[in-house]
Structures are given as C-alpha cells and as structure tokens.
Design a protein around this ligand. Structure first.
Ligand SMILES: *[C@@H]1O[C@H](CO)[C@@H](O)[C@H](O)[C@H]1NC(C)=O
Ligand SMILES: *[C@@H]1O[C@H](CO)[C@@H](O)[C@H](O)[C@H]1NC(C)=O
Ligand SMILES: *[C@@H]1O[C@H](CO)[C@@H](O)[C@H](O)[C@H]1NC(C)=O
Length: 575
C-alpha cells in the first residue's frame, strides 16, 4: 500500500482523519478520487503548480485510507490500485527488473533495477519480424499503465501483429528508484538523456523471462509508444535512436516545452460548455477584483471556506482544482473523471429561490437579475455556487480538520524540505524545474479572457523550484528550466518516417503538441501518420476495452487506423 507521507505533518493528520464519506467529489465509485489512476501526480503538479503538491499528498494519504475501506467492504476495484490486499486484476503480468547503470555517460558501478512487465499472449515464437511494442511509463508508476497492456493500445497492436507487449517504467518512478532519497543531488540523474538511454539500453539488451529467442533491437522491429510526457519521449526516441526504434507512436506528445502553459487552461475555456465557461470567466474576474480590496477579499475567501488561508495566491490556485479535472475526462466512464461536468452543472444552476428561470440562466454574468447579497457582498450567483462547491465539497474532502493553511498553504519553506522517497511529488517537479517548464499561469495578455486568476504568475508557480531543491554539493538547478534541449529535438515540427503523431481535439495539452496552432499542418500518411481524435482529450487512443465493439466509434476508428499504419510499417521491416 502506498502510504505517501506528507511533507506537512498537519495535513498528514488532516488527511488521515477522513471518514467513509470521502468521495464527495466522485460520482463514479470506480474513480475513487477526481483524478486517480493516470498521470495524476504530474497532472496535479503540471496544472496546479505548488498547490498541486499539497493536493497530491492529501489525496494520496486519503487513497491509502480508502484502500482500507475497500478491503473492509470487500468491493473490487478494477483499474485502481488500492493496496496490496486487493486482488490484482493484472496478475497475468509479473514485474521484472532490468539492470541499468545509474549514469549512462560516466563510469560508476552503481546500477538499479528498472521495472517492466511483458505480455506474450499474442506472441508466436520463431517469426522473423516479431514486433515488440514498448510503452514508456512516463512520470508515474508503471502499474498505472497495466490496463494498456491488458486491454489498451499495447494489447491491441500486439494482437493484430503477433507481437510482444511491454510496459517499461521510467527511472525515479514507481519501483524503479535508483537512489535512497530525492534530494537535489540524488535527483541529478533524472534527466531526458539518461531516461532515453535507459530505454535504448533496454531495447538492445533485454532478455525476456520465458522467451527463448533474442527479441532485442535492432534484430527485431521495436515500436515505441508513449502518451503525454512519455509521448514526447517516444518522438525523441525515434529521432535519437533511429536504429533501435523502428517506429514510434507519440500520443498527446508534449514535444514543445514552454515555461508557462497558460494555453492549457485556455483550451478548457474554449471547449467547455459555453455557459459554464462564461460563468467561470466572470467569476474569476470578479474574484480578482474583490481580492484587490482587502476587507471584502477576506469575506469572499470566507464564503469559500478559506478565510484563514493566508496568501491569496494559494486561495486562487485551489480554485483551479475542479478545472484540472478536464484532463481526467475519458471516453471510458470506468476510468474517466466526471468532476469537471459535475462542477460546471453546479456553477451554472440558479439558487433554489430563483425558481430556475431560464431567463436568469441565459442572462449575462453580472446581470442584475442574477445578483445575490451575501455577508454584504453583491455577487453573481455563479460566484456563490463556485464558493459553495469549494466550501462544501473540496475543502471538507481534502482537509476535514479544517486547518486550511496547513492543508493548502505553500509559502512555508519547511513545507518543501522532506526528501524521503515517500515524497513522490518531487521527481516530476524536478523535471519541470530543470528541463520542461509547463508552469500554469494566467494568460500573459491582461485583456485575454481567463478562467484562472491573474495572481497565478510564473513567480508563484516557480517558487517551489527553489524551495524544494536547494543547491546540492554536485548539482544546482537552473534559475529557469532550460527548455532548449527539448525544443532542439524538433518541438512542434518534430517529424520522421514511422513516427505517428496522435492528438485529442480538446486535449488541454494540445497547444504543446505538433497539433498546436503554432505547428504547421501536415498531411496524414501511412508513413507519417498525423491524426486528431474528434472530441478527444488526453491520449484517448491508449485506452481500450476487452470487447472493442463496446468502444465509441471514434476510438474504434483510431485503433483501426493505428493497426493499419503499424502493419504497413512492419512490411518495410528487413532483417
Ligand atoms: C567498479 O568495480 C570495479 C570491479 O569491482 C572496480 O575495480 C572499480 O574501481 C569500480 N569503479 C568505480 C568507479 O567505483
Ligand atoms: C541522500 O542520499 C545520499 C546518498 O545516499 C546521502 O549522502 C545524503 O545524505 C541523503 N540526503 C538526505 C537529505 O537524506
Ligand atoms: C541550455 O541547454 C542547451 C542545450 O542543452 C545548452 O546549449 C545551453 O547552454 C543551456 N543554456 C543555459 C542557459 O544553461
């Protein structure tokens, strides 16, 4: 069981005290928290910055508490690893460990075990061109990727080609930890070059247990799959190691690194249901204006249950929490988060005494007909709805003891000190602080409509870099992440034969992928596939169902196209 220790002892206690009603935000019992399973650590840190670290920890401690509850009531929980007592839905796949050097570029004898899982379900020994599909686990435990080996994209492609499927965990995540703590010095081997070299070494040398023939690259065609950060890695692998990586599929691949990812929230603003978006924009503008007036600001924070949260930046960053749930949407309701839609519905709904007159709902934000007076503040009812949602759902769920500064404050330096391996928020934060950026801020143009507060700027988002990673003896993080190396590999324009680019139409990460409006449009060909999934969010193609007939049409379509181009690639394979 992952008992993620907290950096903040107060929030630790607060989270452990949660009772059975913890799932206040979750409609679907299979998604035990608004953004479990996939990428969650990085989602939270990516999109919520400093506050994300708090939320990750509060949520993780609560998750381990949940695990006990699930065990007690005996319910099973497919796709959500609740703890060691729960039956493992992926017991067919055993973890194995591949020995990797800690440092691929300097001589040391230090090695670590990189965890991986193999599926030989569809493998026919002895075929000349047996493909191996390796999915890069990216910035989370590889266990979270096992559904992709079981019923998702790895299984789909392996089944179509008689191939072998592999999930390869990324160094410093899950159980592939090469160090004894996450201090600045200990994290210095966590970078793009080392991670790419791990994958290359693995492909060239792995001997799969129970497989008699040599399946290493370049003797067999290896196809490298990744989604999100790992999607960028997939594209990079095809460019950096073209002899080992026969083909690559880069899904929702953030190949363009950027200091600020303000367009992430802008995708959500533009794609959300229009009334919800308008209410959000109006609410945030109002909140910003009121916070500038200290007396009213305090009253306003009180309506959100956060009067004693000291810094306004921490306050407004917490308000972005329901928005990040956008990324947790999924076409498969068993894994998708309903929170964004639940929040939007709550925001837009007129208070009961308004008798839900459609005119009120349709009136513009701030219209006289929509105003309510609470504690001396005149508010559009949407602001009050926002406040109630945070006050009644989010705060008690994450911080039941009510010490909101202890739970949601980020300014205390001591908060960032712990370096133990339980502080699983540290590796990804380190990667953003050193090489990737993606700090969530308001739009730089003050006139641009926005759904997050203008107080959320780069200075606030980047404070934890210095707080969490003070200079070590051997390594000092840069003042600003050096995103040059990532972008030098191609950025929006990255391209190669047998490199597929797949994105979601309304993925909040799309502005950082080759499907960004800053990237040139491309022809979609079998050799260089370039595909958008209509209505898709984050690497929707990675997910699949045991019975593909149960998948929505656009998912069956993209899977069919992926099989088609992979089969075409394999025809080009020569020993
Ligand atoms: C690595 O191990 C070898 C053999 O045990 C030893 O001779 C060598 O000095 C070690 N190198 C380093 C850098 O520790
Ligand atoms: C982290 O681990 C290194 C190497 O084992 C050790 O030298 C260092 O003292 C540790 N630092 C902390 C803060 O625990
Ligand atoms: C950033 O990285 C690039 C490429 O790795 C390097 O050439 C450059 O010197 C670095 N810039 C800074 C300011 O360190």
């Amino acid at each position: 069981m992952v008992l993620s220790a907290n950096i903040n002892p107060k929030s630790w206690i607060c989270a452990l005290a949660i009772t059975l009603s913890v799932n206040a935000l979750s409609v679907n019992s299979k998604s035990a928290s608004p953004d479990d399973i996939d990428d969650s650590a990085s989602n939270l840190i990516h999109a919520l910055g400093p506050q994300g670290v708090n939320l990750l920890q509060l949520r993780n401690s609560q998750k381990s508490h949940n695990a006990k509850l699930f065990v007690q009531d005996g319910s099973s929980s497919y796709g959500f690893n609740l703890g060691d007592e729960v039956e493992d839905p992926f017991s067919e796949f055993l973890p194995h460990y591949f020995e990797q050097p800690l440092d691929h570029f300097a001589k040391t004898n230090h090695t670590f075990g990189q965890r991986y899982w193999v599926s030989t379900r569809h493998y026919t020994p002895g075929a000349t061109g047996t493909p191996v599909f390796v999915l890069d686990g990216g910035e989370t435990s590889g266990e979270h990727r096992l559904p992709f080996l079981d019923t998702g994209i790895v299984d789909i492609l392996a089944a179509a080609t008689g191939g072998v499927g592999v999930i390869l965990e990324h160094r410093y995540y899950g159980d592939s930890i090469p160090v004894s703590n996450f201090s600045t010095d200990s994290l210095r081997w966590l970078n793009n070059d080392q991670a790419a070299a791990d994958s290359a070494n693995f492909m060239a040398n792995v001997i799969f247990p129970g497989v008699d023939e040599d399946l290493t690259a370049p003797g067999k065609p290896w196809i490298y799959y990744g989604g999100s950060y790992a999607g960028a890695r997939a594209a990079h692998m095809r460019v950096l190691y073209p002899d080992l990586v026969f083909g690559a599929i880069a899904s929702s691949a953030v190949t363009h690194a950027a200091l600020s990812n303000w367009e992430y929230m802008d995708v959500i603003r533009l794609a959300a249901e229009p009334k919800c978006a308008a209410n959000l924009v109006g609410s945030i503008e109002y909140i910003d204006n009121i916070l500038a007036l200290s007396q009213q600001g305090k009253i306003l924070k009180g309506l959100f249950g956060l009067a004693s949260l000291e810094h306004d930046e921490d306050f407004v960053s917490l308000l972005t929490k329901p928005l990040v749930a956008w990324q947790g949407k999924n076409w498969d309701p068993a894994v998708g988060s309903p929170v964004f839609d639940v929040f939007c519905a709550a925001l837009v709904k007129p208070p009961s005494h308004f008798a839900s007159s459609p005119a009120v709902v349709d009136a513009p934000f701030g219209d006289e007909s929509r105003m309510v007076e609470v504690e001396g503040l005149m508010l559009d009812y949407a602001v009050l709805n926002y406040a109630n949602f945070i006050h009644e759902k989010l705060v008690p769920w994450l911080c039941p003891e009510g010490d909101v500064e202890g739970c949601f404050g980020t300014f205390d330096d001591a908060h960032w000190d712990p370096t133990s391996l339980d502080s699983i928020w540290r590796p990804w934060l380190f990667q953003t602080c050193t090489q990737w950026g993606y700090f969530t801020t308001a739009p730089p143009d003050q006139n641009q409509p926005r759904i997050i507060s203008r107080l959320l700027d780069l200075a606030y988002a980047m404070r934890p870099c210095q707080q969490a990673f003070p200079p070590g003896k051997h390594f000092k993080i840069p003042t600003m992440p050096n995103i040059t190396a990532v972008n030098a590999l191609g950025g929006f324009e990255i391209a190669a034969d047998r490199l597929a680019i797949i994105d979601g139409e309304v993925d909040s990460w799309r502005p950082y992928t080759p499907h960004s409006r800053y990237g040139a449009d491309r022809e979609d060909t079998l050799t260089r596939p370039f595909k958008i999934i209509p209505n898709g969010v984050h690497h929707y193609d990675a997910y699949g169902l045991r019975n593909s007939a149960d998948e929505p049409e656009e998912i069956r379509k993209i899977h069919g196209e992926m099989i088609e181009f992979v089969v075409d690639w394999l025809k080009q394979w020569k020993v």
